[in-house]
Design a protein. Structure first.
Length: 426
């Protein structure tokens, strides 16, 4: 154990390097990453605390947006598809960035190795105290369980540091760090200051999302990442406005206003309903796509193709059904994590970009027709065979007769009516 003398820690008498956490028992930091090639990123401080309280049980984190399962080492999103690998550590290896030697990043150590490192560190702390015989009296090398590396207590430039050293040749050595060190995740502090969520926004993407999800287009943010950034920007502006209101209240001598309630943004991803590699349509499209000018072919298949398919009743139905099902599933999951949302007057909104705005219009057209059916107009045009020379609004607007509803609609053209519609009124 760390020795306390006269109210002061004796490990502070030794000049250490790489000891970010000086507590007797280091705080366990939880981290996640999407792929093995990605760097490990720490979770929010409040989520790390929650996981440390119940490290053997699933914990809802990110204010309901994800669930972390330490037993399986997974962090699954609750409102969108996707998961990340989850781990935790108290000791870390410092590694150099191959592209920038001045930049370092941290790699969490395995628990068995961390226990060996911690034991040597505690031995050194005790030996350096007045109760010990000096730091040079201890065995400064302990092998790891795998037998391929050992941990060494090394003195460099009047500082002691822990180092992971290979037993043999052709392997790297790593300086070790106790604790992750101070960090702040973007938007974490703003979100912690806000009140409970009272506005849920469903954001529907437009054309080209199939392209943006490919690894070749990692420089373009996916819909999920864009909505995360969008939510952070909203919350940042909320806090800025609230702080200005607090300053105004202070000058006037009035009570400080309560912080604004949080806004949650959930992306709705529909592109896979059209671009699924297992569908006969995509297999046929790939088989007939020429190899010449691949960049333009890819734009045609992954971007322009979305518009053409949505203009056909069958695929329009598939997309609207996919979006509606996702909204209903997310709506039910959201209420599970926020049971008082509806009773407290929570609001719902639809936001669409590009073709997503047309999808929003069509969903609202379906909802309107469901709520206020009329004989002389309607929002949905049901085709006889799934196809039509003019579809939807084009047919509705092109006729000169009084009863336009029998010729078209101001909403989508579908082969049949949707079984389900929006469970709320935006």
């Amino acid at each position: 154990p760390v020795v306390i003398e006269n109210g002061e820690r004796n490990d502070l008498m030794v000049n250490w390097s790489g000891i970010e956490d000086i507590e007797a028992e280091p705080t366990r930091i939880w981290l996640c990453r999407e792929k093995e090639t990605d760097e490990w990123q720490p979770l929010r401080h409040v989520d790390c605390k929650a996981l440390n309280k119940t490290p053997d049980q699933p914990v809802v984190i990110e204010n309901g947006r994800a669930t972390a399962d330490p037993t399986w080492g997974k962090m699954k999103y609750n409102y969108v598809l996707g998961e990340k690998c989850l781990t935790s550590a108290t000791w870390f290896m410092k590694a150099e960035d191959e592209n920038d030697k001045k930049k370092t990043f941290l790699i969490p150590m395995e628990e068995s190795d961390a226990m060996v490192v911690e034991q040597l560190y505690q031995n050194a702390v005790y030996a350096a105290s007045s109760y010990g015989k000096g730091i040079n009296s201890i065995n400064s090398q302990i092998p790891f369980v795998d037998g391929k590396y050992r941990v060494e207590l090394v003195k460099q430039n009047a500082q002691y540091t822990m180092r992971k050293v290979p037993i043999g040749w052709f392997a790297k050595s790593f300086d070790l760090q106790r604790g992750y060190g101070p960090y702040t995740l973007e938007g974490e502090e703003d979100e912690d200051e806000l009140g409970p969520v009272n506005h849920l926004v469903f954001a529907i993407h437009g054309i080209g999302e199939a392209m943006f999800h490919k690894d070749d287009f990692r420089f373009v943010l996916s819909m999920k990442d864009e909505m995360t950034r969008f939510r952070i920007q909203i919350q940042k502006r909320q806090i800025e406005s609230w702080k200005k209101a607090c300053e105004t209240a202070k000058k006037k001598g009035t009570p400080k206003p309560l912080p604004p309630n949080r806004v949650e943004v959930v992306p709705i991803i529909w592109y896979d309903r059209i671009h699924s590699s297992s569908s006969e349509l995509m297999q046929s499209l790939q088989a007939t796509t020429l190899n010449t000018i691949p960049a333009l072919r890819e734009i045609a298949n992954d971007v322009v193709f979305d518009i053409l398919m949505y203009m056909t009743p069958n695929f329009c139905y598939d997309v609207l059904e996919c979006v509606t099902d996702q909204i209903i599933a997310t709506y039910d999951m959201f209420k599970k994590h926020h049971p008082d949302f509806v009773s407290n007057g929570g609001k719902f909104s639809l936001v669409g970009h590009s073709l997503g705005s047309v999808i929003c219009w069509d969903l609202l057209s379906i909802l309107k027709e469901e709520q206020t059916p009329k004989k002389d107009e309607h929002g949905v045009y049901i085709t006889k065979d799934g196809y039509s020379s003019d579809v939807g609004y084009q047919q509705y607007a092109s006729t000169e007769v009084k009863n336009r509803a029998s010729y078209g609609s101001w909403g989508p053209s579908l082969p049949k009516a949707l079984d389900r519609h929006l469970p709320f009124e935006p």
